[in-house]
Ligand binder design. Sequence first.
Ligand SMILES: *[C@@H]1O[C@H](CO)[C@@H](O)[C@H](O)[C@H]1NC(C)=O
Ligand SMILES: *[C@@H]1O[C@H](CO)[C@@H](O)[C@H](O)[C@H]1NC(C)=O
Ligand SMILES: *[C@@H]1O[C@H](CO)[C@@H](O)[C@H](O)[C@H]1NC(C)=O
Ligand SMILES: *[C@@H]1O[C@H](CO)[C@@H](O)[C@H](O)[C@H]1NC(C)=O
Ligand SMILES: *[C@@H]1O[C@H](CO)[C@@H](O)[C@H](O)[C@H]1NC(C)=O
Ligand SMILES: *[C@@H]1O[C@H](CO)[C@@H](O)[C@H](O)[C@H]1NC(C)=O
Ligand SMILES: *[C@@H]1O[C@H](CO)[C@@H](O)[C@H](O)[C@H]1NC(C)=O
Ligand SMILES: *[C@@H]1O[C@H](CO)[C@@H](O)[C@H](O)[C@H]1NC(C)=O
Ligand SMILES: *[C@@H]1O[C@H](CO)[C@@H](O)[C@H](O)[C@H]1NC(C)=O
Ligand SMILES: *[C@@H]1O[C@H](CO)[C@@H](O)[C@H](O)[C@H]1NC(C)=O
Ligand SMILES: *[C@@H]1O[C@H](CO)[C@@H](O)[C@H](O)[C@H]1NC(C)=O
Ligand SMILES: *[C@@H]1O[C@H](CO)[C@@H](O)[C@H](O)[C@H]1NC(C)=O
Length: 455
Amino acid sequence: MISYAFLALIPAVLAAQAPSFSAPAGGPTVASSNYVGQNNGTLTKSPVVAGKVFDRFTQIWIENTDFAVASTSRAFIELAKQGILLTQSYAVTHPSEPNYAASVGGDFWGMGDDNLYNIPSNISTVFDLLEAKNISWAAYQENLPFDGYQGFNFTQPNYLNSSAPPYTYYVRKHNPPVLYDSVTSVAERNTRIRNFNDFAADVNASAIPQWNFITPNMINDAHDTDIDFASDWLEFWLVPLLSNPNFNDNKTLILLTFDENENYAINNQIYSILLGGAVPDSLKGTNDSTYYTHYSTLSSVEANWGLGSLGRQDTNKTVSNVYKFLADVVGYKNLDVTGNDIPLTNLTTTIPGPLNPNLYIPFSAPNMNATGAGGGAVFAAPSLNLSATPEVLGGPVNLTALNQTVPASGLPNSSSDSSPPSPSGSGGSSGDATKSVAGSFAVALAAAGAALFML
Ligand SMILES: *[C@@H]1O[C@H](CO)[C@@H](O)[C@H](O)[C@H]1NC(C)=O
Ligand SMILES: *[C@@H]1O[C@H](CO)[C@@H](O)[C@H](O)[C@H]1NC(C)=O
Ligand SMILES: *[C@@H]1O[C@H](CO)[C@@H](O)[C@H](O)[C@H]1NC(C)=O
Ligand SMILES: *[C@@H]1O[C@H](CO)[C@@H](O)[C@H](O)[C@H]1NC(C)=O
Ligand SMILES: *[C@@H]1O[C@H](CO)[C@@H](O)[C@H](O)[C@H]1NC(C)=O
Ligand SMILES: *[C@@H]1O[C@H](CO)[C@@H](O)[C@H](O)[C@H]1NC(C)=O
Ligand SMILES: *[C@@H]1O[C@H](CO)[C@@H](O)[C@H](O)[C@H]1NC(C)=O
Ligand SMILES: *[C@@H]1O[C@H](CO)[C@@H](O)[C@H](O)[C@H]1NC(C)=O
Ligand SMILES: *[C@@H]1O[C@H](CO)[C@@H](O)[C@H](O)[C@H]1NC(C)=O
Ligand SMILES: *[C@@H]1O[C@H](CO)[C@@H](O)[C@H](O)[C@H]1NC(C)=O
Ligand SMILES: *[C@@H]1O[C@H](CO)[C@@H](O)[C@H](O)[C@H]1NC(C)=O
Ligand SMILES: *[C@@H]1O[C@H](CO)[C@@H](O)[C@H](O)[C@H]1NC(C)=O
């Protein structure tokens, strides 16, 4: 996100140094020392679980851009011709991290910042639903130093400019599964949080899973740059992969989207395109004006594979319409949400929840009676307290006024946060300041720092 008041504080000299795109690797399937961690074996190929419309769903998230701005950028215009442009697609809140959290957990838990959270393991995610049906998954995070890395960010040699100081390309706030203890506390799940050298090897081995989340680094996703930089990255990375059958075949659906828009003063509409071989030829180059949100990724995946649900916002009919071309095939009835009925999701910090220190309510059990688009049962995580319903938990408490922080904030789990490898081949320094932070006062300082840098 960009706060205009904060932007004014950025020295003009920084603003003037907008870099131009430089390919981080020889191609999207070529290993690169710029990606830091070397590949560590490919994922095991598992039998393909057939979906009703697609066998693979891959989403790629770019950052902080208004719909109107993305609409004028070259790669987005070209890619829209090859897919379905979703003209009423919305993020769920601001800033970045709560949107990423929502994409796999079905809620953003009242989060209104980009701080470090560990969401407790009794909170289920889409990975529970997928694994219940043996559907494979992975998150590919560009510049993640090693599989399952849990640090707050990672700083490495600057590959755009070798005389510039080291650069932070990877940030935890853009990595959905790492936010959830139900993932990070299970070693097999951790190895599914991978970097782009793993991606290259997995594509070549035809081992790309059936559900994937792709996060480009902080310059390629437009976060630290702009939409034209991201557009150049898409031409380098995504366009060639669209004709690679190991990435995109006629049963692959790809969602190219944004975490949130940039201008908080208007509703949170984002530019989203459905691409890939699973899009019927007759729909390529068309628009779909159905109201969708990040929760639609969950409901659509649930509908496609007949999964259970999370009993969270993935089952809230207003915000979880299923992609129309899929809903039409599976016979799911979407809600017609238009005009002033479209919820305002440009709000932030005012939504109560377990990750809102000013309006704190503990994690509640999901609505176990809900029925999602897949028709299956609501998944109950082990150790879930089913009696902790919203009614029982009551109204919010202001923890800040009590000098307390939310219980889920703090340091990454130390268990797998071992030293990262030095960047292969580039011989530069690497920094992981998170590990040296100790004590609750320092944690509070880090959180305050993160809040300042939540752009
Ligand atoms: C998933 O795979 C396991 C091990 O191969 C098998 O026992 C189980 O029945 C499978 N579950 C489903 C839903 O196919
Ligand atoms: C390599 O993979 C193994 C298990 O798959 C994991 O334990 C280890 O942390 C990984 N190492 C790196 C450097 O990614
Ligand atoms: C590279 O970084 C150095 C040191 O920060 C800076 O002086 C120089 O202008 C940068 N070069 C480019 C092309 O941005
Ligand atoms: C993947 O295959 C391409 C094309 O054969 C090759 O150029 C590339 O080096 C391979 N990548 C890896 C990681 O093996
Ligand atoms: C989809 O791809 C498979 C495998 O390459 C091929 O056998 C099949 O004919 C293709 N179907 C369509 C509709 O293109
Ligand atoms: C959110 O967007 C609406 C609609 O554009 C606007 O009226 C409202 O002022 C915005 N809210 C905030 C907090 O900026
Ligand atoms: C469903 O979503 C709408 C729009 O955000 C919201 O007003 C409503 O409270 C939600 N319902 C539940 C049960 O969460
Ligand atoms: C779920 O159904 C049970 C049994 O019908 C009922 O007691 C409970 O109140 C329902 N819960 C919700 C959240 O609707
Ligand atoms: C989930 O776990 C957290 C942390 O242990 C606990 O505070 C909370 O009450 C639990 N909630 C439910 C619904 O089980
Ligand atoms: C919570 O308490 C803090 C500190 O006293 C205060 O600044 C803030 O306005 C309060 N927020 C709410 C929603 O009551
Ligand atoms: C919170 O901390 C402030 C500053 O240390 C102190 O003045 C205040 O009394 C504390 N409030 C509570 C509720 O402990
Ligand atoms: C990286 O993390 C450290 C704390 O571990 C923090 O001080 C710094 O601001 C973070 N940098 C970015 C770019 O997120």
